[in-house]
Design a binder for this molecule. Structure first.
Ligand SMILES: Cc1cc2nc3c(=O)[nH]c(=O)nc-3n(C[C@H](O)[C@H](O)[C@H](O)COP(=O)(O)O)c2cc1C
Ligand SMILES: [Fe+2]
Ligand SMILES: [Fe+2]
Length: 398
């Protein structure tokens, strides 16, 4: 993708990645892709803010060449050390050894441990500024967005906040990089939530702290390191982030996530009855087959919805493993304080419910109701399942 001038003398350069299957080696992006946004400021001194993952290096360097001579770059600003932004740092250093690398004190240590880079590194503290000539950059410490060393960079003349992972999303750029020109706005909004819950949500308290800290700064462009550049809907993405971060400890939306898993269809039959019961109440419901859906796609529903119903059969005296795997990831992400219910089929002595309790106990999920049955459900049991779904939905409505 050619370089894009986002404001006079400020350019998007970066890699539009449509070939990586798993982000961080965990999260599927095969269909969606992702972009690693890097920004070049062409002033008397030239600065580049974040680099990209170590793929398509030639393409990235050619983009920069369109704007400026790489060997004459003065500063490399490392907002975040994660290799999706720093992967090309060693290559860059070889081409532009004179460029000073700027980052937080923790970044300085990490540069040594990750890349053996020690020379020509300058530490910037919260509130420090750097003059590039006509433009001045200001640095803000924003730890754990998304690593402990992370900073954000602000350019005052155009009021651009280079926010790194914050306000980013999965999704390769589909033509325009600007939110107001984008024809796939719903897609990016959905992918911003998936990215938030997969990557950032564990640090929601830090997100709220950063939003509060930056609230007094006039921002006309949010330039994140993944996905769309926000210049029209700034308050929309900031408010979404605030809302999602508040979900970590506060109340969420009246809706139900139903995660089920079934080997031979017995639990699945019951799942349909339960869903029927819920549908009559008007409470929003999302259903996921835990065996066939990666947790990456289920976590956003769990994060935003008040209720969870788990439907799983017993497998070797415990919860059906693909469903357990999804719930373990929810535990990893500290998805707490849900109202929950459980149903499932077993063959002889059961064990799924015990397995579920082991996982959700530390998450303080309130297990409101359970429905277990042997083998395939009878007509009477299916009727019970409908009532079970409806009464749980009524509980969620309150
Ligand atoms: C590999 C395997 C392991 C199982 N382990 C147990 C078990 O430990 N205890 C039990 O009560 N039932 C066990 N069952 C029986 C199932 O829970 C039972 O067949 C149930 O009806 C399956 O429901 P499903 O078709 O929704 O998966 C097992 C079944 C399979 C295939
Ligand atoms: Fe990151
Ligand atoms: Fe990132």
């Amino acid at each position: 993708m050619p370089a894009v001038e986002i404001k006079p003398d400020v350019f998007w350069v970066g890699v539009n990645d449509r070939t990586t299957d798993l982000f961080e080696g965990i999260w599927p992006i095969t269909k969606e892709g992702v972009s690693y946004n890097s920004y070049l400021i062409d002033d008397e001194k030239k600065a580049i803010i974040d680099l990209t993952k170590s793929i398509k290096g030639d393409e990235f360097l050619a983009q920069i060449d369109e704007v400026a001579d790489i060997s004459k770059i003065d500063y490399i600003i490392v907002n975040h050390m994660e290799p999706d932004h720093s992967g090309l740092l060693r290559t860059f250093r070889r081409i532009a050894p004179q460029a000073t690398i700027l980052g937080s004190a923790k970044t300085k240590d990490m540069l040594e441990s990750f890349f053996s880079i020690k020379d020509n590194v300058q530490v910037v503290n919260d509130g420090d500024t750097l003059s590039l000539g006509k433009k001045t950059l200001k640095f803000f410490s924003t730890p754990f967005l998304h690593w402990p060393e992370t900073i954000m960079t602000y350019e005052a003349s155009h009021k651009i906040l280079f926010a790194c992972d914050a306000f980013g999303s999965y999704g390769a750029i589909r033509g325009s990089i600007f939110d107001d020109e984008c024809e796939h706005f719903d897609f990016y909004q959905k992918e911003a939530l998936r990215y938030y819950v997969n990557i950032v949500a564990n640090y929601s308290t830090r997100v709220l702290r950063a939003i509060e800290k930056l609230s007094g700064i006039p921002v006309e462009v949010i330039a994140p390191s993944h996905g769309l550049i926000w210049r029209k809907n700034i308050s929309l993405i900031v408010n979404l982030y605030k809302k999602w971060a508040e979900y970590a400890s506060g109340d969420t939306e009246p809706g139900i996530t139903l995660i089920y898993g079934s080997m031979y269809g017995n639990t699945e039959v019951m799942m349909n009855a339960v869903a029927q019961g819920i549908s009559r109440t008007g409470v929003p419901l999302e259903i996921f087959d835990g065996s066939r859906t990666h947790s990456s796609y289920i976590l956003p529903s769990l994060w935003t919805k008040r209720g969870v119903i788990v439907g799983a059969s017993t497998y070797e005296v415990s919860l059906f493993p693909p469903v357990a795997e999804v719930l373990n990831m929810a535990a990893q992400k500290h998805i707490k304080n849900k109202k929950a219910a459980f149903f499932g089929s077993y063959g002889w002595s059961g064990g799924a419910l015990k397995g579920l309790k082991r996982i959700i106990e530390p998450l303080k999920w309130d297990l409101a109701n359970t429905l277990e049955f042997v083998g395939s459900p009878t007509g009477e049991e299916l009727k019970k399942g409908e009532r079970f779904g409806a009464s749980f939905a009524e509980l969620i409505k309150k």
